[in-house]
Design a protein around this ligand. Structure first.
Ligand SMILES: *Cc1c(COP(=O)(O)O)cnc(C)c1O
Length: 475
């Protein structure tokens, strides 16, 4: 299996080669050259597998340059009930990502039982295993340099802490995360983890990362790498839980289901499309957005108009206006024509929009037929859905999952089997839950004293030289 860039210029590469890469050299994102398929017979056989084994079978179709038994060893190390132990509601942590029926036709895929209580652990844990394995094999070391507004950095730190050969330098905006998120990151004291609070906004953090990456001698000296959500391994790791959810929900293989996915960078939703491209009977993927509804508007109107600044909302991990992974869906709709996608994105840079409906009607037609639907929501909607979930289903949901519940209830057709993806636990976002319900969300075992634990963090101004000095000292 070879990987090609959505912009058509970068040389094709293997799974192991792109494991440590962010953007391709032409500025595009990597995609498999063709889609591997999964047959109904395979799905039948996968039904009885533990999650780790199912994930290994799926990965083997994409990581053809890694021996299947190695993949199995790595998925079995990543997906254990000990790592995904924060089950609630009497659910079974052994299932890793259990599906819970909420009512007739509506299900919740519980993805937030991992160490940071958000779905990003699902992909980050296996990525950590793959990275360690690859570095060991190639006798290399790596410094992961990232910027986070919360969940991604936290999941990366928890997946990579204590690992030999990997160092993590994670930038976060000083004073702009919740107490819980801050404590979750800064209380990791392992020597290979450095938290850097930047006196600025998330965008400043991201710009610093870009600046250091653009300095090729600094980048080479420290072997800088990234684990952001355009990383292909992260996307495909998420495809595994779509298949697991499908198998947990349907009566017979061949029944179709739909998913509703709280979306920011479109990585999670795209992972669902991958399952569909492979032949899993998925009817639609609903892209649930919040007030930052660029994707919703694009899918409704055919005009993609990302803005520069995201609006701050109560589902902050979805406060993104440039959904990077959307380019992958467009590449698919453009029949893997990298030249055409490159032209569209040049246009985007110049005209700040792509008018698919007007300028690329064939691509728009195919984009519209991928099976994507979409919704948007407001703070008021989130409060209402948190309340509804508590009263009608007896569960606590977080504000991001609430965006998903809104989309699912609004768009579900009768007889449609709808699986909502839970992206975080309510306990991470206590103030919004308090506002909705007037009570505290449950705090999972082990997190009671989180905010009073010792923290380790370095603080810098928005200054590339200051950041370089920190990394020079750290490495
Ligand atoms: C990252 C995140 C999202 C958005 O996921 P994408 O893959 O970026 O679309 C939604 N909810 C939570 C809680 C997240 O951490």
């Amino acid at each position: 299996m070879r990987y090609i860039s959505t912009r058509g210029q970068a040389a094709p590469a293997s799974f192991s080669e792109i494991l440590l890469e962010g953007l391709a050299s032409d500025g595009g994102l990597y995609m498999p050259e063709t889609w591997p398929t999964v047959t109904f017979d395979e799905l039948e056989a996968w039904k009885s597998l533990p999650y780790a084994d199912l994930a290994a079978k799926l990965l083997a179709k994409f990581a053809t340059d890694i021996p299947p038994e190695t993949l199995l060893m790595l998925t079995r190390a990543a997906y254990t009930p000990e790592v995904f132990q924060h089950a609630r509601n009497g659910e079974d942590a052994k299932k890793i990502f259990p599906v819970r029926q909420l009512e007739k036709g509506i299900f919740l895929l519980q993805l937030s039982n991992g160490p940071t209580l958000a779905f990003k652990d699902a992909a980050m844990q296996i990525l950590g295993q793959l990275l360690s394995w690859a570095l060991e094999k190639q006798n290399k070391t790596l410094t992961i340099l990232g910027a986070t507004s919360g969940d991604t950095g936290s999941a990366a730190i928890h997946a990579l802490r204590g690992k030999k050969r990997v160092k993590v330098a994670m930038l976060s905006p000083a004073g702009r995360m919740s107490d819980f998120q801050r404590a979750q990151m800064y209380s990791v004291l392992d020597a290979n983890v450095m938290n850097i609070a930047v006196k600025g906004m998330f965008d400043d953090c991201q710009d610093l990362v870009k600046t250091l990456n653009a300095d090729s001698s600094f980048k080479a000296k420290h072997h800088l790498g990234a684990v952001n959500s355009i990383n292909w391994a992260r996307v495909v790791a998420q495809t595994a839980y779509y298949i697991s959810a499908y198998l947990q929900t349907i009566k017979v293989i061949g029944d179709s289901v739909s998913f509703c996915v709280p979306s920011g960078n479109f990585g999670n939703a795209f992972a669902g499309l991958v399952a569909k491209f492979m032949g899993v009977p998925i009817d639609r993927i609903i892209v649930a957005t919040n007030e930052n509804d660029v994707l919703h508007r694009a899918l409704q109107t055919g005009r993609y108009t990302p803005t520069d600044v995201a609006q701050a909302t109560s589902s902050p991990s979805m406060d993104i206006t440039k959904a990077s992974n959307f380019e992958r869906a467009v590449f698919e709709a453009a029949d893997h024509d990298g030249k055409l996608v490159a032209e569209m994105w040049t246009r985007l840079a110049n005209e700040r929009k792509i008018d698919f409906a007007k300028d690329y009607p064939a691509v728009w037609g195919r984009l519209a037929s991928l099976g994507l639907s979409s919704s948007t929501s407001t703070h008021k909607d989130r409060l209402a859905k948190i309340k509804l979930a508590h009263e009608r289903w007896g569960i606590f949901i977080d504000p991001h999952t609430a965006d998903g519940v809104k989309g699912a209830l609004e768009l579900r057709e009768s007889e449609e089997t709808m699986i909502i993806l839970e992206t975080a636990q309510a306990g991470k976002f206590a103030p919004t839950i308090r506002e909705a319900l007037g009570i505290e969300p449950p705090i999972p075992k082990g997190f009671e004293n989180l905010t009073s634990l010792q923290q380790k963090v370095e603080t810098i101004k928005v200054d590339p030289e200051a950041l370089k000095a920190k990394i020079d000292n750290f490495a």
